[in-house]
Design a protein around this ligand. Sequence first.
Ligand code: ZN
Length: 186
Amino acid sequence: MEIEMNNNKLIRCYGCKAEIKNMDGPKHAYIGSDSGCWDVFCGVLAKEYTEYNELWQTHRLTVDTYAAQHPGNPGRREIQSVFIHLTRLYLQLEMGLDGKNANAAMLNISKFKSQYVWLDPVPDFSGTININDVAGARDITEHKHIVELWAESVWQTWSKHHDTIRYFVEHNKIMHPVRRELTHGK
Ligand SMILES: [Zn+2]
């Protein structure tokens, strides 16, 4: 009886703190979300792949933002995931690279993996924009707009660690290959 009641109850995702269904479903191996939240995220991805398939830029931001909002526990894969997704958020939001160039800049990122660190303390995402807000978008324009707001809010929540990410990008000249290409393109 009690179990049945629990199944109807909404819970807060332990990663992003969104209100989600308390369900026993699949979740990602190291992105730190509860199943109910992961389920909403998969729905959003499906929508981006089908209805919104021209939104390459937005899709990149969706994936990076979701991962950055669900850091999980300080294991090797989690450290790598959070560090990479935050670096790509930095390239897009602070350095103005589009999704494609941000991707290109990250191609050889694994060369520097010994520099990835667990960013402690991990922020508390209570009250930030979350995947429910994104899933609630009524059309492509609203979707794009909410994803941009969400990305910015998650990036700002990590503000204590912005210097670490900035240093990583500058020290390793992560943007160099892309910069060359951007200059040639002009
Ligand atoms: Zn979540």
